[in-house]
Each structure stands twice: as structure tokens, then as C-alpha cells.
Design a protein. Structure first.
Length: 421
């Protein structure tokens, strides 16, 4: 028996960080921007070049490639028992117009590096291993975001996705055909034993704690609202303070409460007012109407519900005290998506075994893993990115963190896939 397949040797197994970094830099050349970022919008010629490169690398690593009808790609390394559902990893290779080199691309190429490493050491897994790239995760050129994984998870239909148009009126279906990435497979008609996704954190928490690995426990739920406070416009001079119905004064107290509400629901509560319209928006008129957005987030639906009740109660009290009307209307809601306990533990065990500092983390942003979690046990691995910045050309990550996240992925996937002996 090859010593590389003994349990002791398996624990010593490490990915090739230089090779992974080199692949990331090579893929980042496709659509490279002057400021060091990447602009590779979904289903453009550049996206096709990126897909062509990644699938070429996969074939060179002995993998087979399947494309489904929404252009999702599955690159497969067979296992010993191919009746078992594959252990899947992946992410996306489309970017924002002013995107970085790592968002999404890291998750796909980390998966490829896992396979290259297994090949180097002649390790056969029990279950097959697959690396997926999901179409149009970013949602920049075509809405909705996370389109390929969303169709795969039947969150919306293939027809709905096909009909989406960009600003020039080009459709997803037309562009998929044009770049040659409509495959024969029905989206979702593809088993998944478990799903892991490595990703830069896109936030500042890991860097702030000086921690290498975030063991992601789930993705925050989101509640969006429009709030309207209605008072009465009046002249700023003749109207004494006691006789005013100043909508902005009441609205600003409620805006403070949006933030306070997040603080009342720690540690993952988030409260943001990002958009404000003041009517009539005139220097010497007491504002008669203020409309503003509320964005509330938390780790579970119950906590989102509690924040919803909290802010409504505060608003009702403010309305009663001020005599002004306050209306809070829901705009949209996305459920919280907790990840699978076993997958979270597999990530944590791998980080522990490899000697990397680690901590539980939550994702405030959406990822393809959110949809995969509806279909199969899923988990995510976060690594720090510089200053927590992403969706920006200056997005950056340290090679040692890139390597560490991929090593954690390797060991989490091996634990889940099993090693043939
Ligand atoms: Zn991403």
C-alpha cells in the first residue's frame, strides 16, 4: 500500500499554495483592469475565456466536465464508489464591473487545487469529488443574483432566468448560446452529497480578530422595509417649536432606533438606513414627509422576526408620542440560512488539525452555498481579505490565507468523501 494513503500520511497532506496562487493570477488576467482588479461580467466573451481556461485545467487534471442548461459547470473526479453522490465544492468566476481577483474565483480554483493535490499523491476518494462553477453569481449584468445556483435549487425557473436581459436587451439564453455554454443537463438533475465553498470573507471580522479561518455557521436573513413618516410642511420662521409636526425630527429618532435595534439583538444583528428622501427638501420649510429604507439582518429567522417586532413597537411609540403617522411597509425578505452542523464541524476539525487559528463566522452576503444548503448538507470556509474590502478592484488576500483556506477545504472534503484504502 502506498504510504500516502495511510491515515497518518493523510493528515500530513497539504495543497500546493504556489500553484493555486499562480492559477488565481492567471485567471485574473482575463478581464484584468488597470487598477489590478478584474471585470469579467457573466456570459461575456471574457466569461467564456475564463470558463474555457478553467475547464481546460480540469480536463488536464483528468476530470470530466458537464454543463447544464443554465451554464453551470461540474468538473468531476471519480471516486472508488461512483454510485455515491459527489462531494462538491465550487463558487463562481463572474465578477463585478470593478471586481477583484479572489471573489468567487478563489472558491473554484481552490477546488481544482484539491483535485490536483489528490492527483499528485495518487489518493482515491470513496465518493467522487466535483468542482462547480455557478453561472452569474454576481447579478451585475443580469438579475437575479446567484442565478445558476438559484435555478439549480429551483428557487426560480429556468425560463425566468433565460428571459433576464442586460441593459442592451440581450438575454441570458441568447448569451449562453452565443458563448457556447448551454449544456444538455437539466439544472438540479445532479446529486450532491455535501457542498463546501471557500470564499474571502468580504468583511472585516477575521482580520480584526487576526484569525485565519472563519468556520461559517450560516448566512444572515434579511428584511427590507420602506418607512414613511408624515407630518405637516410649514414655514421655518413663523411656526413655534411646540406647534410643529416635523417629520424629519421624528424620522431621525426612528433611524437611530434602527441601529439601536441591531445592538439590542447581538452579536449578529445589523441595522442600516441607507436611503432617505425628505419632502419638500427645502431649507426654510419644516419637512412634512420623510421616506427612508430600513435593512435589518440577523442569523436566524426568529431573530429577524424579533427585530421586526422591536422596530414596529418603537415606531408605534414614537407615533403616539409625536402624533405623526409612521408607516413601515415590508419590501422583501430573505430567510436566514444556517449551514449543516456536520459540515461546520468538518471545517472546524480541519482548521484545528492543521493548526490554523479559527473562529465561528457568519456571512452577511449571499453566496451560491445558500442555495446548495437547501439541497444538501453545506458549509463555507472564510479567509480574511485586506481591510474587509470586496466588490472593488483593490480587493486583496494574503497567499498564506489563500493556502490555509484551501488546506481546510481539502481536509473537510476528504473527511466527507472518505478515502479508499
Ligand atoms: Zn462571491
Amino acid at each position: 500500500m502506498d504510504t500516502a494513503t495511510t491515515p497518518l500520511a493523510l493528515d500530513q497532506l497539504r495543497i500546493n499554495g504556489d500553484r493555486l496562487w499562480a492559477s488565481l493570477m492567471e485567471l485574473a488576467q482575463i478581464g484584468a483592469t488597470a487598477k489590478g482588479g478584474v471585470c469579467r461580467l457573466a456570459l461575456t466573451d471574457l466569461d467564456r475565456q475564463g470558463r474555457d481556461l478553467v475547464t481546460r485545467w480540469a480536463r488536464e487534471a483528468g476530470m470530466t466536465v458537464t454543463i447544464d442548461k443554465i451554464g453551470n459547470g461540474f468538473m468531476r473526479r471519480p471516486g472508488r464508489n461512483n454510485a455515491l453522490p459527489p462531494i462538491v465544492t465550487g463558487s463562481h468566476i463572474d465578477t463585478q464591473p470593478t471586481g477583484g481577483k479572489f471573489d468567487g474565483n478563489y472558491g473554484v480554483l481552490a477546488g481544482l487545487e484539491v483535485v490536483r493535490t489528490l492527483n499528485d499523491h495518487g489518493i482515491e476518494t470513496e465518493a467522487p469529488i466535483e468542482v462547480a462553477f455557478w453561472t452569474n453569481e454576481e447579478g451585475s449584468r443580469f438579475v437575479p443574483v446567484m442565478m445558476g445556483s438559484g435555478v439549480f435549487a429551483k428557487a426560480f425557473t429556468l425560463e425566468h432566468a433565460y428571459a433576464a436581459t442586460d441593459t442592451e436587451g440581450k438575454t441570458v439564453k441568447g448569451e449562453l448560446e452565443r458563448i457556447g455554454y448551454i449544456g444538455p443537463q437539466e439544472p438540479g438533475d445532479h446529486p450532491i452529497g455535501a457542498y463546501f465553498e471557500t470564499h474571502i470573507e468580504q468583511g472585516p471580522v477575521l482580520e480584526d480578530h487576526d484569525v485565519t479561518i472563519g468556520c461559517v455557521t450560516g448566512v444572515l436573513g434579511i428584511r427590507w422595509y420602506d418607512c414613511t413618516v408624515t407630518g405637516m410642511e410649514a414655514h421655518a420662521g413663523p411656526t413655534p417649536m411646540a406647534l410643529r409636526r416635523d417629520a424629519l425630527q421624528v424620522a431621525s429618532r426612528l433611524m437611530q432606533e434602527v441601529v439601536a435595534c441591531a445592538h439590542r439583538h447581538p452579536p449578529h444583528g445589523r441595522g442600516t438606513v441607507g436611503m432617505v428622501q425628505v419632502h419638500p427638501n427645502s431649507r426654510n420649510v419644516i419637512p412634512g414627509r420623510v421616506k427612508f429604507s430600513i435593512d435589518l439582518r440577523n442569523a436566524t429567522d426568529a431573530l429577524c422576526e424579533a427585530m421586526d417586532a422591536d422596530i414596529r413597537e418603537v415606531a408605534a411609540r414614537l407615533a403616539a408620542d409625536s402624533g405623526l403617522s409612521i408607516v413601515i411597509e415590508p419590501v422583501s425578505a430573505y430567510p436566514a440560512q444556517p449551514f449543516d452542523r456536520e459540515c461546520i464541524e468538518a471545517v472546524t476539525r480541519a482548521a484545528q488539525k492543521l493548526g490554523y487559528s479559527h473562529m465561528p463566522a457568519v456571512s452577511g452576503a449571499g453566496h451560491d452555498a445558500v442555495y446548495m444548503a437547501r439541497l444538501a448538507p453545506a458549509g463555507m470556509i472564510f479567509i480574511p481579505c485586506k481591510d474587509g474590502i470586496s466588490h472593488n478592484e483593490i480587493e486583496d488576500a494574503k497567499p498564506e490565507h489563500i493556502t490555509a483556506g484551501c488546506n481546510v477545504l481539502l481536509h473537510a472534503m476528504l473527511e466527507r468523501a472518505g478515502v479508499a484504502s
